[in-house]
Design a protein around this ligand. Structure first.
Ligand SMILES: C[S@@+](CC[C@H](N)C(=O)[O-])C[C@H]1O[C@@H](n2cnc3c(N)ncnc32)[C@H](O)[C@@H]1O
Length: 387
């Protein structure tokens, strides 16, 4: 039996997390727990965040107790459990007695309490900009080697706490919602035309969005400190933007053994950085090969999505383009299709202005190659201009 998993689950349940519930079930429970007025406000904030009209943080302000806050967090209880276990496993080799550890975006202190209980010879601090969450964390009777502080690390210049030797963040960046990304007015277009990725507005948007977080985190780090971050970055393009933002802030990306956390249908990379002087931008191929390792390779003849498709496409060597076309979907997303041959293989590459990639490889003389040049194929993810 996995005793760590069982103990951590118990700790989280003690803080109000409920396992085995779908987000809809959680919302029904919230409707029972919050009075009508507060539930309506919560729904408004949730919808606003999903549509990109309200910051995600507005949801966090809706709760009056740790139980309410963590009932909401139970929408992703399994993800929380797996993330905390993965982070604990990653940081263990770096930890030495007396070290100061911080959880950036600690919410109601579940990870802080867990790390403090597992590493009694370290002090563990939780920081969050939501004052109520910090208050709930303090009220939850955490172990003696813990403390908490309110800090908006993307905005307040000086951290209200002494620097740390080891920093962790589980989803501590509230990236703009998918709705905002998909809004044609948002300048999120990734280069489709052979310009460098770093020139595209989509890349710059993500990099500039991530930059203040890494600047703030760097201010809270001792020289040489290690940062482990689990982030919601679903494509290589976004990963490079985040890594570049971190490097510019004085975090050097350490492409150690690639790691991904896969829960339900989603997967999340776990990135490691070291606090150093700001350095020159990293070679994108280094990040790409790390990313592909993290995401895992798909089968050669089935559609390869995202980073995997991009890497496989690059590795095709000399390519001869036979057909190119572009489509604009109802939501304004542009999708560019290229059909060509490379050595013994035929290929079809589709890239969207939202940064998605799909590559289909096929035998060079396959009738599919001709068909792919004439039609927009169904069922490979981007054909209808939707994700
Ligand atoms: C998605 S929740 C994740 C909570 C927790 N780390 C976990 O994995 O369960 C994001 C957390 O980061 C915090 N956060 C986001 N932006 C922040 C900022 N600029 N400064 C401090 N905390 C922030 C939020 O308040 C929230 O508690």
């Amino acid at each position: 039996m996995d005793t760590s998993r069982t103990s951590l689950k118990k700790l989280l349940q003690g803080l109000g997390y409920r396992f085995g519930k779908t987000p809809d079930k959680v919302d029904l429970d919230l409707a029972r727990v919050l009075d009508r007025e507060r539930f309506e406000k919560f729904v408004q904030c949730l919808r606003g965040a999903q549509h990109g009209t309200t910051p995600v943080g507005s949801i966090y302000e809706c709760f009056e107790s740790a139980e309410e806050a963590n009932l909401f967090a139970s929408r992703q209880a399994d993800l929380t459990l797996e993330t905390y276990l993965a982070i604990d496993g990653r940081i263990a080799p770096d930890l030495k007695p007396g070290m100061r550890v911080v959880d950036l975006g600690c919410w109601t202190g579940g990870l802080v309490a867990w790390l403090a209980a597992c590493h009694t010879d370290c002090s563990v601090v939780g920081v969050d900009r939501v004052a109520k969450a910090v208050e709930f964390a303090r009220a939850g009777r955490p172990p003696a080697n813990t403390s908490f502080a309110v800090w908006d690390y993307a905005a307040t210049p000086a951290p209200p706490v002494a620097p740390f030797d080891l920093l962790v963040s589980c989803f501590g960046i509230d990236f703009a919602g998918t709705a905002r990304e998909r809004d044609p007015r948002t300048p999120l277009i990734f280069a489709l035309d052979g310009r460098g990725l770093r020139e595209s507005p989509g890349y710059r948007f993500r990099r500039d969005e991530a930059a203040p977080y890494f600047v703030g985190w760097r201010r809270a780090a001792t020289a040489g400190a290690v940062l482990w971050a689990v982030l919601r970055i679903p494509s290589f393009e976004k990963c490079l933007a985040v890594v570049d933002a971190a490097q510019a802030a004085g975090w050097s990306f350490e492409p150690v053994e690639p790691a991904t956390l896969a829960v339900a249908e989603e997967s999340f990379p776990i990135l490691r950085f070291r606090a150093e002087a700001a350095s020159a931008p990293i070679d994108p191929d280094l990040v790409l090969s790390w990313w592909v390792g993290a995401a895992g390779m798909a089968g050669l003849h089935s559609p390869m999505h995202g980073d995997t498709g991009l890497l496989a496409f690059r590795s095709l060597g000399d390519k001869r383009v036979q057909h190119e076309s572009e489509r604009v979907g109802a939501d304004g997303m542009r999708v560019r299709k290229e059909v060509g041959i490379a050595g013994p293989l035929g290929y079809m590459l589709m890239r969207s202005s939202h940064g998605d990639t799909v590559l289909v490889l096929m035998p060079r003389f396959s009738a599919d190659l001709l068909r792919a040049a004439q039609e927009w194929p169904e069922g490979v993810g981007l054909a209808e201009g939707t994700r």
